[in-house]
Structures are given as C-alpha cells and as structure tokens.
Design a protein around this ligand. Sequence first.
Ligand code: FCB
Length: 448
Amino acid sequence: MSFPDGFLWGAGTSAYQIEGHHGRGESVWEVFCRRPGAVEGGGDGSRACDSFLRWREDVELVKELGLSAYRFSTGWSRVMPDGAHADPEALDHYERFTDALLEAGVEPVLTLNHWDMPSSLTWAERSSVNAFTAYAQAVADRLADRVTWWITQNEPWIIALLGYQLGLHAPGVADLGTAVKAGHHVLLGHGAAADVLHAHAGTRAGCALSLFPCDPATGSQADRAAARGSDGYVNRWYLDPLLGDGYPADMREHWERALGHGLDFIQDGDEAAIGGRSDFLGVNYYTRRVMAAAPPDPFPWKVVGPSGDVARTDEGWEINPGALRDLLAGLSGRFPGTPLMITENGGVFGDTPAHDGRVHDTRRIAYLRDHVAAVQEALDAGADVRGYLHWSLMDNFEWALGYRPRFGLVHVDYATGARTVKDSGRYYARLIAGGGTAPALPRIEAYG
Ligand code: FCB
C-alpha cells in the first residue's frame, strides 16, 4: 500500500535551537545557559545556525529536499520580549517566513511554545496560562489566516521533567511537586491556546507529546506493573486529559502518595478546559523505555534497558522502529477520530563532511528508511497518520547537550554557518519524490 494523498513529508526545527539572538527578548534559556556547567561545552543559542538572518537559505533547503511541510516555532521571547506585549516587527519576520514557505508550496506547521518562554514567566505559576494565551492570540491574529497546522505545546512531560523536576533544562528547578504543577499549567495552556486558534476558521490545533513506549524487562508481575506505572508517568498523564479522559486515577494516587498531599492545583473545570480540543495529536518518537520494578521512593519503577546488542544512535538511544509502528497503531485504536502527526523522529549520528565534502551519514539513512517503513505498516494496520516530520532539518543547539549531538538532514558548520545537505537529506528527497517508497540502496542494510 502507499501513503495517502496529501500525506505531509517534512522536517522540524525550533526557534531557540536555530535562530540566534538577533534582538529577541530574554528567554528562560538565555538565563539557564549562563549557569556554569548547565550546557555541555558551555554553549548557548546566541548564534546557533543564524537562521534569523539566514532564513531565506533555510527555505531554499526545504525546497531542495522537496519537503511538503516544515515545522518551525515562533520564538515566544522574540514575539513577546516582556512576556506581555507583542513586538510587531517580530511578527513581521514570521509572516515573511510563512509566506515564503507558502509560495514554495510548503505547508507550515507552527509550534507556539518550543521552550523559549520569556524569562519573566514560569510554568510554576498558574498566571503563565494567561500569558501564553495572550501570546497565542498575538501569533494567531497575524498568521491564522494562512497557517492550518498549529502545535500549541512541545513535550509537556519533558518541560516538567527536565525543567522543573531534575533541573537539567531551563528554568533549572529541581522539585517534584513544582514539576507536577508546571506540567498541569502547560496542559491548561494547550487548552486555552486551542480555543484561541479555533476562533479562526480552518485551523487545526494539537499538542506534541514525547511518547516513549514502556516495556517490561521480564515477564514478571512486578516488571509489568513497573512498565504500566512508567507509561502512566510519561505518556498517560498527558495523553488521557488531552484526549478527553481526564487525569488517570492510578497516577493521581501515585502523585498524592509521592507528594504527600492532594493535587489542589488541579481546579474544578480544569480537565474540561484541557480535553476535547485537539484536532490531531503530535507524536514525537525517539526510543522506548524498558522497565523493572524498584523501591518506591519516589517511583516504584526504573529504566533498565534495553540490554544487549541492540542498534543504537551515537547518543546511545536504542533504535526501534517496530515500537513506533505499535505506538501509532495503539494510539489510533485507543483514540479513534484523533488523527496523528509524527512531529519528531530522528537520531544523533555524528558524521561530518568527508574528504569529498559530503556527509555520508548512512546510519541516518537506515534509520529514516526503517522508521518510514514503520509508519507505512501502521497505516496498513489502520492508523490515521497524516504526516512524518523528521527531526531535524539541520544540526542545531541541542539544549543542555550543546552543539555536540547532530540530528540534522543538513550539516551545519557552526563557525561559518555553512549548510551542507547530508546523504540522508538527499535520500529523503528521493523517498519523498517517490511518494514514500524507499529508494533501493543495497549498500545500506545495517546500522554498521
Ligand atoms: C525533543 C525536542 C527537540 C529536540 C529533540 C532531539 O525532545 O522537542 O527540540 O531537542 O528532542
């Protein structure tokens, strides 16, 4: 079978990771990057890929790859430097950018919050929801007449986990109770922004979740319970309320036990304000979690695997396309009527230009081929998948890991800003031109 007509083939980036500073307001990431030791290599997003200035080149790359969709984010701290008032010139920039995509026949997929919240705000406070709503309003007023696909929030769990529970991302808070509360405010922000977008005809609003299938390490009852708990913590706590089922009871009990108090920040009416507003679900998939039982403090589960000789990216993440197929099929089975869009999928492969000036990233080609095949299998099994957006269009600032991990279909030389389409980018272009059929590449059979 083939991919459906209108299936979106794309790639993604986000503002803080590629744009460079160039007059934007201070975001929580500017502040966080100044903390000694916060970012590997001591880097920050002040220059990144310089895309704020080189955006025309980026549009050319999108065209060269033949993408039918491009996911980017409007910089929250650029649009609203003080967290409250929109800067019309920043909106002019995103309007020019959007129009250039549309002129090239490329569907824009616009993310509102890809983590660059103005530094005057914090998700720990409920008032952040109003600030986010005002920002969504400002961007929608300018662009909702021409952008169909909107992603309100990128990865609520990762924001809560790395930003507020472990302190590994901005704003660098390490407090479990604050993390659960912040995650709730992020979801409320999704609901409010979706309402703003729905006041404009033809928009489709969704939230992008980082979904990690959770498998038990053994068939034991205890490990199966651990996998179920981890699934609740990582996936169901966000999926269920977004898709209208409210917060799952087992996880509510878990949090009340772990925190030692009730979840009073979840007010009457909140779940109704989060659910039933998603026109699609954004799926960010990288790898799975293999779980075993653990002493209960604070979580009665731990990540243990996978063990053994499995294929991995250069960041050590297991490469498992079958888990993507099962994830998509499972989501469509559980939430019929909610279309899925793969809003991120990719891996770190560190290849850089060889003697011939080209980047022979054969393992990314294999990764791409196998994950697209998994999407095809999910479609064949009845999943309603509308698009595949690879992460990332180009190498960029990978948050606390700095510039070391390379996720791009396009190589970026950070000293000069020069972009070089990698072999994987060329391969993707051929795959897209063939409607998703993998070009024959007999050389590439394994991850090597
Ligand atoms: C996701 C983020 C994205 C990028 C990839 C590798 O969690 O949404 O910005 O960092 O991981």
